[in-house]
Design a binder for this molecule. Structure first.
Ligand code: ZN
Length: 412
């Protein structure tokens, strides 16, 4: 794809690098057979920052329609995420006094993991979900779902035939949207005059501070701060009035917004505080972004030194968790089976495959107990507590856990 690189929000030319992670295959393209390795395709993974709006973004090398039309991810598989959704629903029902005459809409409603909590309370809902296979699961569970990508046209079609929403939610979807203006442009059309729109997304400030560069992959087009989201919403007649800091996905924000003209929703102190925090971190200047690459290189150098020393000492190293973020890390560091013999994962779909790019084979976690490696590198750092607890018995043979991010840590 050779179009001039311009910001997907403000269209300014993108000339500043946030971090260039080289060429890698798509993070979720696991290889079924060894012979697939020869046919593997890779694409540039280069995150840039816009000097106008400070949106951090990667090029869309793969169209969203290809990734999200037949999606294999069902939100309800994660019990902690379902619980997170339930608490949100209870809170919003009370805060907005929602009832049988209200409408709650969710963009990228997946299998209805969130809206089902409103349905249980007799509140009408409307899910909007592009993956027909996932939407079908929601419909079967009693969550009314429209199969579509959200944007201006979809919002117009839905309001032509039905009421506008009192509450709209968009969780972990904004990063996946190629045309961010069309996406947010649909919100004021579907949202009631005094309605509330909430968005959740991993916080860019957190990504920078905790060096979570492994959360950058081709399917995540945008990396968002409060500062930039406020600019994007304002361009579409919306204003932020509240923000919550959440622990999900290694540190997320939940922003509450309304129509610019709304008189009902007053700005909260925690919104002011977070604006101050981002400003103090320099999020409104290029300096905050340009210092990121050296931090990423430091993580890489530390990890490579550790693996090479372990190898020289005759130690065996395996990895746990064949997640997308692990692939970004391994491929950026050029780590293959010569340094990490194998990776284990509980997902049977991934067992028997090879990781994209690094071609490290994936096995059932039982292999760790059979082979007794000296070190187990935990790739999904967000699950480090859970994994080190589940696999605590590696200590019986003197095995140790290592966590690569934000700084290489060997657990005692
Ligand atoms: Zn921009």
């Amino acid at each position: 794809m050779t179009r001039p690189l311009s910001c997907r929000f403000c269209h300014r030319e993108l000339t500043h690098t946030f971090v260039d992670l080289g060429r890698t295959p798509l993070a979720n393209s696991y290889l079924r057979e060894e012979r697939d390795i020869a046919r593997e395709k890779s694409y540039p993974l280069h995150a840039r920052v816009c000097d106008g709006c400070f949106l951090v973004q990667v090029e869309d090398v793969v169209p969203a329609t290809e990734i999200f039309s037949d999606y294999a991810y069902f939100s309800s598989y994660s019990s902690s995420w379902v619980e997170h959704a339930r608490r949100y629903a209870e809170k919003m029902i009370t805060a907005l006094d929602l009832g049988p005459a209200s409408l709650v809409a969710e963009i990228a409603s997946n299998d209805g993991y969130l809206l089902r909590h409103f349905v249980e309370k007799g509140i009408p809902v409307l899910g909007i979900e592009p993956a027909a296979n996932v939407a079908k699961v929601a419909e079967d569970a009693g969550v009314r779902t429209d199969v579509a990508f959200f944007g201006v046209e979809t919002a117009k079609r839905l309001t032509a035939s039905g009421p506008r929403a009192d509450l709209m939610a968009a969780n972990n979807v904004m990063a996946h949207v190629p045309d961010i203006n069309d996406f947010i442009g649909g919100v004021p059309i579907l949202l009631n005059e005094e309605g509330v729109f909430t968005i959740e997304f991993p916080h860019l400030l957190n990504l920078i501070e905790k060096v979570q560069f492994d959360t950058i992959y081709h399917e995540h087009y945008s990396y968002l701060s409060l500062l930039t989201v406020e600019k994007i919403l304002a361009a579409h007649g919306l204003r932020v009035f509240d923000v919550e800091e959440l622990a999900t996905h290694g540190g997320s924000l939940r922003i509450h917004a309304c129509h610019q003209a709304s008189k009902k929703h007053l700005e909260t102190d925690r919104l002011t505080a977070l604006r101050v925090k981002e400003a103090a971190a320099g999020m409104g200047t290029l300096a905050a972004y340009e210092g990121f690459t050296p931090k990423v290189e430091h993580v890489r150098d530390q990890l490579l030194a550790f693996l090479q020393q372990a190898k020289a000492a005759g130690k065996k190293v395996a990895a746990y968790g064949a997640a997308a973020k692990g692939n970004t890390l391994l491929n950026f560091c050029h780590i293959g089976p010569e340094l990490i013999e194998y990776v284990v994962d509980r997902n049977p779909e991934k067992q028997g495959t090879f990781l994209p790019g690094s071609h490290i084979p994936v096995f059932d976690p039982a292999k760790i107990r059979a082979e007794k490696p000296d070190y187990v590198l935990i790739l999904p750092w967000n699950l480090a507590d859970e994994i080190s607890r589940d696999m605590a018995d590696i200590r019986a043979w003197g095995g140790q856990f290592a966590i690569p991010i934000p700084t290489l840590t060997i657990l005692p």
